[in-house]
Design a protein. Sequence first.
Lengths: 291, 284, 220, 220, 281, 281
Amino acid sequence: MTAAVATTAPVVLVLIIAILLQQAWPAVTHFGPAFLTGVNWNPVTESFGALPAIFGTVTTSFLALVIALPIGVAVAVFLAEQGQQTFRGVIGTGIELLAAIPSVVYGIWALYVLAPWSYQHIEVPISDRFGFIGWLSQPGVRSLFNASLVLAVMILPTLTAISRDVIRAVPRGMKENAVALGATWWETTWRVILPAARPGIFGATILALGRALGETIAVTMVIGNRYEIPPSIFSPAYTLASVIANEFTEATGTLYPASLIELGLVLILVTLTVNVIALLLVRSTKDRFAA
Amino acid sequence: MNRNARRRYASGASLAIVYALTVLALIPLGLVLWFTVSKGFPSVLHPEFFTNSFRPVGVPGAGIVHAIVGTAILVGLASLMAIPIGILGGVYLAEYNVARWASWVRLASDVLVGTPSIAIGLFAYALVVAPLHHFSGYSGAVALAILMLPIVIRTTEGAVALIPNGLRESGLALGLRRWRVSLQLILPAAAPGVITGALLAVARASGETAPLLFTAFGNQHLVFDPNGQLQALPLTVYQYALQPYKSLQDQAWGAALVLVVMVLGINLISRWVLRRQLRLASSL
Amino acid sequence: MPRLTFEKELASLRESLVRMGTLVESQIEAALNALRRRDGGEAEKVRTQDQYLNELFRQIREQVFMVISTQQPVARDLRYLMGLQYIATELERMGDYAVRIARMTSTLVALPDKPLRAEFGLMGELAIGQVHDILEAIIDQNVPRAREVASRDNEVDRLWHRVFEDLVREMGEGPTDTDGALRAVTLLLVAHNLERISDRVTNVAEDIVFLETGQVVELG
Amino acid sequence: MPRLTFEKELASLRESLVRMGTLVESQIEAALNALRRRDGGEAEKVRTQDQYLNELFRQIREQVFMVISTQQPVARDLRYLMGLQYIATELERMGDYAVRIARMTSTLVALPDKPLRAEFGLMGELAIGQVHDILEAIIDQNVPRAREVASRDNEVDRLWHRVFEDLVREMGEGPTDTDGALRAVTLLLVAHNLERISDRVTNVAEDIVFLETGQVVELG
Amino acid sequence: MMADSRPFIQPLVQAGRPELRALNGAGEAKVKTEQLSFYYGKNQALKDVTFEIPERRITAIIGPSGCGKSTLLRVFNRMYDLIPSARASGTVLLDGEDVLSTRRLLELRQKVGMVFQRPSPFPMSIRDNVAFAPRLLGWNSTRIKEVVRQSLERSALWDEVKDRLDDPATSLSGGQQQRLAIARCLAVSPQVILMDEPCSALDPVATLKIEDLMAELMKDYTIVIVTHNMQQAARVSDFTAFMLMNPDGRYGELIEFAPTADLFNQPQDQRTEAYITGRFG
Amino acid sequence: MMADSRPFIQPLVQAGRPELRALNGAGEAKVKTEQLSFYYGKNQALKDVTFEIPERRITAIIGPSGCGKSTLLRVFNRMYDLIPSARASGTVLLDGEDVLSTRRLLELRQKVGMVFQRPSPFPMSIRDNVAFAPRLLGWNSTRIKEVVRQSLERSALWDEVKDRLDDPATSLSGGQQQRLAIARCLAVSPQVILMDEPCSALDPVATLKIEDLMAELMKDYTIVIVTHNMQQAARVSDFTAFMLMNPDGRYGELIEFAPTADLFNQPQDQRTEAYITGRFG
């Protein structure tokens, strides 16, 4: 009985892929591999290519990660320190709560607050100085960069929370030993604790990456939804999720929705691989200290 | 000595940097809350906001009751589907985790947690909407259920796994049946953790937009029939926010505030429950 | 917290010791009776009895062993065990003296009878009294009593010296024959052994002081 | 795995025991020399020396205590410790006999000189030899040797009986005076004590067998 | 005289010496183990263990870690069933009934109680902890009430908790929790009690309390205790089994089984002596 | 004769008896503790602890759990700094330098090494574990190479690991890991080594190995060991401090400090005797 129930998870997972594949089949057969490399998206001529969306998705996510990772780990280290527990507790809880805030809320905030601000105080100044570098020119309110920015804010809590747990999982004895050997706080953290936690933190990172890749709403609201490989990180772009979110409901015919669903399929496969890697890594750390 | 002085200095400096970064991290997160509250507050002040449903732009007294009700129905249905299954599954994973494929189940549910909600929306669409040829609350509930299921499973398993093995052994050593030990000794001990899991799942589900876009789809009127289209809070925020009309944008902020309060509320409760669980487990 | 097992074993050990003491006492008594009544049979019995005494002694030692190796006693407990064992050793010796007296009795029985001088009776009384009382001191762990008993040693010594001098003078004066000499010498040795017994009592007293207080003292 | 501390303490304990043995041996030797040379001073010295013997004995006991209470020895280790302690007890006794011989020597010195009969020399030789050899047996933990040494007891016994009979006969025959009697009796006691010493050696031998093999045996 | 001198020796013999105490009355084999071998999947954990656990006595199993003493203990109540791939061969007879093959597992475990290293009290009141099993066994409340009291009394806990039976069990100290665990297992009135390092998590004071308790329980129960603390085995047990891991086979085997007093004074096997005198390895 | 009979007694006295061994050469106070009190926030953990730890001797601190022995140990290298709200008053002098007030923490901790109950090897190779601290001190590689070897030799681990110095430290057995921990702390050549229950996680065999090692190290280091295993304290230490929790104040205090042999034979304090003879509480 329970055994049967327990299998629902894998069953569902397989179902999802199977059904989406079946739904996407027309597109898969019609475009073949070219779908992944095609650059235009034209419902009228029914020519669809996923590359710009894929590019958008991947770049936004990685950019977000680059911004969030160092900060996240730093905060995690801060939180894992003992002392002023209540204080750290409050901050920790606060950050975890922010992980729970619906993405649509981040979206609206990004749309009306973050994006304008970042346009004025980040994009413009940078492009003024470094505009001569192509991909730092043409600042815009709705841009790939701002999407990354909001993503960074959104994954920061996850990143922090998991990293903190991993760091806390490092046996206290290690810290004590290092300190007893006359190591400073930094030496202890940097040479003993973080190395011990490394795999776990890496796992957390990739997990966050997965989140970023799949994030739909917030990105859709600020990325500008232009279906092209943007010339600059400050220009509008598109992501797999956004395309689906924006176009699926009005998609007509067979090939158009099929293509959209194929986009979804691509998205799933990307996140799936990323996730699997992450999970295996996290697990390995846990086991290390379980022994 | 000299070197040691340098070491102390380096250590101090790096500590300072860590603190600085923490502050930096807190700023945007703080701002999110601040703006949601400050911008959403005005619209929340009107009682109609909670009693009335959609009014065309310009017509005063617009409200979001239809969205709240919709969310309630969707999440309610989803919970009915996801939570019981999730709990049993979680207990099974923790209690019989020796089974070879258990680790696969675990991996699957983890992956499911990470699957983009939009894709799950697509799935629900293909599974329910397409065959029935109309958007419906049911399809939305299905989507949300799929979102919730892995969360419930994993948190339940986590909570159960937290219970020291000694408890299990002691129970069996007293000559009690395996399933009795699992359900009458272990599960009660893990109850708070399990509840936490359920609550978190609910919170997550009630905040999701993407899966509802082409399942529940949305509805401007207050309806209770899950077989038809349903509005939901997140949908409201999403749709109104992108409108050029100030009034709708304000309603969006208002809805956002309601949503945030709801979600954070649930979270805080679950957290409180969880803390009791941890204290208990550690004392076992 | 009692440490039941350990206490139980200590108790049984003390008990065995008391048994041993009683046996010793009866041995000495028997030996002296034999001497007084010139009863060769009784003397013989004393000698055979001695084996039980040795057996008891062996067992007490073994028991002490077992308790030490299984209970890891320290401080007072250990002292107590060792003390009991010291005492056992002394008792076993006393037993030997009883046997020796018995042996000499057998010699005397073979010789022509003569009235036994009063001192022997006295010394016997005293010695037996000491042994008896020291046993009580052991049982009710009574240190002052032990000291008191030890102090009586002097009296016995006095008697022993008197007996010695008298016998020597006797031998010196007047015409003697081998039998006479043999008898005198034997009696002398009997007295000597009685004196040794009361010495041992002193040692036991010292051991009691030790096992109760942990102090090493020289009595008498 | 060696258990360094414990081994060290065992070693030092054995060492102390050997010291004690050597002292006993020299005590007995001294006592006999005094007897042979009629040297009151030497005899006196033996009696004063005895205190060191007792001190040594006290310390060995204490040491055994400490080792038991701190090292919780069991089985062979415990047996070994107890064995050493038994031996110490015997040695201390031998010391007492030496003292007694010395005391008697003082008595004899006061009396008119007469040639000492050969048996005393012999018995002395034998006794000392036994003590000496049993010490070696202890040092190189040599059980057969111990047994051999113990077996020599019979020879000493034989001598003791001869001395006894001769002296008694002497006293019986012919005219004697108090001094003569005293002298005879004293010599008799000397011989008696020598015999006792060699008895003790037998006990030591038994103890050696015990601490090496764990068997309780009756030798001689 | 011959006759009435015997008593001088006889009674004494019984007093101090477990192996002789064992001879009168109780002490017949309660559990017979013959040629017991045990495997975790491919690797063998025990080989040809053969010995008899005497009734209403305390039997200690000692040995260095990895010698399989815990494994052996877990055979007696089939705890190893929890581990798949665990397999036992040979015979283990409890009152003549085969433990390894019995289908009546629940009865077996009620007959053979077990106390673990960590007391792990159930997350409920002290009373409910003791009453837990009886309730599931569907005993009526009066009987349960009775049992709770008895068990707590026997485990020398009653006086300490009788006024707070409804407090959570977790509010007890480590030592008390362990005694509660014992009470819990007494509640189903077992005949054999297996103890797996019951004191290794306790301080000396609590430890000695438990040891005294064992001495008490011995009167009515057959106790088997696994401990890596030799001194403890020596202190509490009547019989001791010494196990060692076979250097080649990497499996545990029984080296020597004897009355405790003998094993700690005259061990028959070189390795036993080496181990108890700490000259080992 | 008087004269040359003395030697019969003299040397013997020194041999078996730590407190007397202590008298010759080493044994002067290395750490002086005076009126030491310790607080965790509001509640007092130690009160007026005053005693002296002799140089190049093994000093054991025993007592029931909660008597504050670990706390006391953690004062000597200021480990308690890790716990905020922990506060110490009184004086602790190490070679005359005040430990409580010193700002030169790193130096202090290099001088006072510590070994914990759980060895917790660092997630790196065996070699790197030992080389950890020296590298922080910026020693040159040749010197480090040298130190690694020495430390491992002193901790009696060299022969077992010399061919696998680059294996992860976690691949070692529990006992080896503990000796590695010792090597790790020897590497910075401390003068005092604090050991907090170093053996409570090990089996008897590994335990005795460590105890022997301590006996070796004693020649060059001052060792302070906290253990709840009285027998162990008795076996290894020259001096023993017995601590107890004050029933009213709920703070730990030093009941008796004496040469081990004396403390276990003639304890001066009732409570000490009660504790070591197990008649406690």
